[in-house]
Design a binder for this molecule. Structure first.
Ligand code: XLS
Ligand code: CA
Ligand code: CA
Length: 443
């Protein structure tokens, strides 16, 4: 049966096409810097937003019209798997991601829940065999069920810690079974609400113990996917321990975990932390920790995790700039952890939204690649730091000086002259590249 029967295969038709169900800028085969767009962008569909969520919010019921809505329980779970593979094929999506509870319902006991999951994992495996789509990552949802009210690996209740461990153990087995390229840890409830009832040191030590056990178990079963930590400063907890990349990195280093993890960076989480998306990508990149990306965007007027599809070309450009400078994403990808708005309730909107996001990143890729080819920002930055390539600057870099020598040097200085940082000029150049790239692909 077809779940999206009105939709045909989405193809690249170029920017002059009037067909809403076509890519205008994303051309999977097109070569950019010696690699195909498909290989550079590694797009992924988020199962939870696209097939599981019903559009409900704290003020109202679900709105999503889906051809599987009349089903329940395991029948619903199976229908969603079939629908998802039809969707992946029609969209030509190379990857997808899921949480355990997105694909299979939780039952009354852990062993029954695992049985449900096994049935669905078998079905996914069957579908993977005849599909071009692969699994980018899976994860365990350790935030929805009431048992996680005080956290999972950071709960005050050791039984919850054990339960969470069993969930991740199963998650790693599923990852191995389905050939998942990564395994994600997002600590939605790994944080605190008030210090008045919190032993922060024990909670963080336990989180590290939990991660070490996960690393050990993956080794034991021979799962060699990349482990990813996904930072977020808050929501649902007031203060989440993996606040941002810098905080996560310090945590990994303190507990000797830095060699086993990279980061999965979400745009909307970056802005919640008071950073830009590109800031988080940069911090991860310069530390060799950029693993994967949750490609979405937030809304600064709202200020919470709105998980919108990414359409801001300026942001996709600066993100792709960091990703290209990183030499790509390796095992990672661009996962649309994004949901259609509650008012975009028709199944067609699932295609419109993914097409919008894929085209926005394709443009970002092209603009970023041209900026890099022409070394626009590189040359400016090299020149801005040129004082460290000679004289006293070079001595500082080479460790050939100290405070006494620097004081002697400073005492002999004429009034110091600085150069302009030229921010506005650089922003105008980025705009120029954006517009020129768009004009070029349109003619
Ligand atoms: C929630 C997170 C979550 C992770 C996976 O804000 O983005 O969806 O990506 O658990
Ligand atoms: Ca995410
Ligand atoms: Ca999010």
């Amino acid at each position: 049966m077809a779940y999206f029967e009105n939709i045909n295969q989405i193809k690249f038709e170029g920017p002059t096409s009037n067909n809403p169900f076509s890519f205008k800028y994303y051309n999977p085969e097109e070569q950019v810097n010696g690699q195909s767009m498909q290989d550079l962008l590694r797009f992924s569909v988020a199962y939870w937003h696209t097939f599981t969520a019903d559009g409900s919010d704290p003020f109202g019921a679900g709105t999503m019209q889906r051809s599987w809505n009349h089903l329940n329980g395991m029948d619903l779970a199976k229908a969603r798997v079939e629908a998802s593979f039809e969707f992946f094929e029609k969209l030509n999506a190379p990857y997808f991601c899921f949480h355990d509870v997105d694909v299979a319902p939780e039952a009354d006991t852990l062993s029954e829940t695992n049985k449900n999951l096994d049935i669905i994992v078998d079905l996914i495996k069957e579908n993977l065999k005849s599909s071009k789509t692969k699994l980018l990552w899976n994860t365990a949802n350790m935030f929805t069920h009431p048992r996680y009210v005080h956290g999972a690996a950071t709960s005050n209740n050791a039984d919850v810690f054990a339960y969470a461990a069993a969930k991740v153990k199963k998650g790693l087995e599923v990852a191995k079974e389905l050939g998942s390229e990564n395994y994600v840890f997002w600590g939605g409830r790994e944080g605190y609400e008030t210090l008045l009832n919190t032993n922060m040191k024990l909670e963080q030590d336990n989180l590290a113990r939990f991660f070490h056990m996960a690393v050990d178990y993956a080794k034991e079963i021979g799962y060699d996917g990349q482990f990813l930590i996904e930072p977020k400063p808050k929501e649902p907890t007031k203060h989440q321990y993996d606040f941002d990349v810098a905080t996560g990195l310090a945590f990994l280093q303190k507990y000797n975990l830095q060699d086993y993890f990279k980061f999965n960076i979400e745009a909307n989480h970056a802005t919640l932390a008071g950073h830009t998306f590109e800031h988080e990508l940069r911090v991860a990149r310069i530390n060799g920790m950029l693993g994967s990306v949750d490609a979405n965007q937030g809304d600064t007027l709202l200020g919470w995790d709105t998980d919108e599809f990414p359409t801001d070309l300026y942001s996709t450009t600066l993100a792709m700039y960091e990703i290209l400078k990183n030499g790509g994403l390796g095992k990672g990808g661009l996962n649309f952890d994004a949901k259609v708005r509650r008012g975009s309730f028709e199944a067609d909107d699932l295609f419109h939204s993914h097409i919008a996001g894929m085209d926005a990143f394709a443009i970002g890729l092209k603009v970023a690649n041209r900026l890099l080819e022409d070394k626009v920002l590189e040359d400016f930055i090299d020149n801005r730091y040129a004082s460290f390539t000679k004289g006293i600057g070079l001595e500082i870099i080479e460790g050939k000086t100290d405070f006494k020598k620097l004081e002697e040097y400073a005492l002999g200085l004429a009034p110091i002259k600085n150069q302009s940082g030229r921010q506005e000029r650089l922003k105008a150049i980025v705009n120029q590249y954006l517009i020129e790239t768009l004009t070029k692909v349109t003619v």
